[in-house]
Design a protein around this ligand. Structure first.
Ligand code: PEP
Length: 255
């Protein structure tokens, strides 16, 4: 049985004060929650303050990126050790916005991933196809290439510590969500790749990301191969993020 994960990616939103206020409210809403892991990913500036606020609660904190070196001349970058010191247990790696805006490749994803694992962080590694890829019938080729490059050279033990996020690029921030069955098909494909590369992949948690909202989370989570969600826009308001975290309730409320 895979324990679900609901993760909120704040991207470049929220000051320290706004992040702390959000974290306080969310903490009150998720007290005693057991059905899923809850992760929030503030911008670097707010990591330490948010991590302090959610200490001793079910909420974990993730950074949105990491550099592969332990230290060095990398202006603007942050190392895995610095992220751990700030109070993070997770880190998002290879988000499509970083691939598109910062030229990240499967090779840099792999280097970041190794640094994160070495520092004891749980990496949430994003993969996903563009609309052009999907329309050209290349979804599986793209996922296979990202999987093979991103996870190259890892041991099965390393791989068992990773969370994968399937995020079709065309569904991010667009209001277009993959249907639950479309998402589940890609999740099954990723699980087959994992089985082939690392043996047993039954425990691998694969999150769906792309315009997840309180209205569609129950349908997505009803799919056996969807183990949670990576949420962008709808993670910025406590009400919508709490509603997503409390997806079993949404399921009960459905006619
Ligand atoms: C994301 O950026 O990871 C994401 C899924 O964004 P949104 O939920 O806004 O589509």
């Amino acid at each position: 049985m895979r324990h679900p994960v609901i993760a909120g990616n704040w991207k470049m939103h929220k000051t320290i004060a706004q992040g702390v206020a959000f974290a306080r409210q969310l903490k009150a809403r998720v007290a005693g929650l057991h059905h899923c892991d809850v992760v929030i990913a503030p911008p670097f500036t707010a990591l330490a303050a948010v991590a302090d606020t959610v200490r001793d609660s079910p909420i974990a904190v993730a950074a949105q990126d990491v550099h592969w070196d332990r230290e060095g001349a990398h202006t603007g970058d942050v190392s895995a050790g610095m992220i751990v010191e700030a109070g993070c247990s997770h880190v998002i790696i290879g988000h499509s916005e970083r691939r598109q805006e910062h030229g990240e490749t499967d090779e840099t994803v792999n280097r970041k991933l190794r640094a994160a694992l070495a520092a004891g962080l749980v990496p949430i590694v994003c993969v996903g196809e563009t609309l052009r890829d999907r329309d050209a019938g290349r979804t599986e080729d793209v996922l296979a290439r990202q999987f093979e490059g991103g996870f190259a050279g890892l041991t099965a033990q390393d791989f068992s510590r990773i969370i994968v996020a399937y995020e079709p690029v065309w569904a991010i921030g667009t209001g277009r969500t993959a249907t639950p069955s479309m998402a589940a098909e890609s999740h099954r494909f990723l699980r087959r790749l994992a089985e082939k590369a690392f043996g047993a992949a039954a425990g691998l948690r694969i999150l769906y990301g792309g315009s997840v909202k309180p209205e569609n989370i129950a349908g997505l989570m009803a799919e056996e191969d969807i183990d949670g969600a990576l949420v962008g826009g709808a993670s910025l308001e406590v009400d919508s993020f709490s509603a997503i975290v409390n997806y079993p309730q949404a399921r009960r409320d459905q006619p």
